[in-house]
Design a protein around this ligand. Structure first.
Ligand code: GLY
Length: 254
């Protein structure tokens, strides 16, 4: 069964980390409502949603994608690339231990799940401000034992690799190709984001449906023109916290 781990929005979200965005006031009730809509959409698309309780002292803790990656064979717990977020991993590990054997990357390795784009047995990992070479070296050593190939990718101009590129299915990537090294993705077809929607590269594909931010209508048209069914979702308040769509859940078969 498709399972999605999520976490309720922290009341401290307005103190979140920001790397490429200017801080704007965040309306907590609106952010929480948008996150509930996200969870409801995941349920409508067939996922069992396990929503963890909010962490009042951890502003970014709703971004459950970052402290771990989940593959069919195992879950890997990751030391996040900012001190402020590192304590998020403990409760994610407890939740995942019910479903997968656990392995860990250790400091001084740093890596965030937002930098990890898995396509089949290939695991592309972005070198962003949050992920370092030691983190990628350790992840590669762990995953090579399970027959995955880890492929490092340069990231510039955005928070994570998946801020710039996500996989929609049917061999197709949705991307802002200005923000990462594209040479290693030669085998894939592209949908490019519209120039004036640079943050539109992050979509969440569930089965045949692409969950996509309502704030990027021109790129949405491009995705639909390629035959994908799009479910638009308003995450405007969460976007102020540098949120995409993949970062708010860990999704896996269980
Ligand atoms: N606000 C998301 C992050 O910086 O990790």
């Amino acid at each position: 069964m498709l399972t999605a781990i999520t976490r309720a929005v922290s009341p401290a979200l307005s103190r979140c980390e920001l790397t490429f965005l200017e801080r704007k006031p965040i309306d907590h009730a609106k952010a929480a409502g948008q996150h509930q809509d996200y969870e409801e959409l995941l349920r409508r698309l067939g996922a069992r949603v396990m929503s963890l309780p909010a962490e009042p002292d951890l502003p970014d803790s709703m971004f459950v994608e970052d402290p771990a990656i989940v593959l069919d064979e195992l879950a890997v717990i990751l030391p996040l690339g900012t001190d402020t977020r590192r304590r998020e991993a403990a409760s994610i590990e407890r939740a995942l231990a019910k479903f997968r054997p656990i392995e860990r990357v250790a400091l001084p390795g740093m890596i965030e799940g937002g930098d990890v784009l898995r396509i089949g047995r290939r695991v592309f990992v972005g070198y962003s401000r949050r992920t370092n070479k030691e983190g990628v070296r350790q992840l590669s050593a762990i995953l090579s034992r399970h027959a995955y190939e880890v492929i490092p990718v340069a990231v510039t101009g955005c928070l994570h690799l998946k801020s710039a590129v996500t996989f929609l299915g049917r061999n197709t990537l949705l991307a802002n190709r200005n923000w990462f090294g594209t040479a290693l993705f030669a085998d894939y077809d592209w949908i490019d984001v519209e120039l004036d929607e640079p943050h539109a590269g992050n979509a969440l594909a569930i089965g045949d449906t692409v969950i996509f931010p309502a704030s990027f209508p021109k790129t949405r048209e491009r995705i639909e023109a390629r035959g994908f069914r799009v479910a638009p979702l308003d995450i405007s308040e969460l976007q102020k916290a540098e949120s995409g769509l993949t970062c708010s859940s860990l999704i896996f078969e269980s």
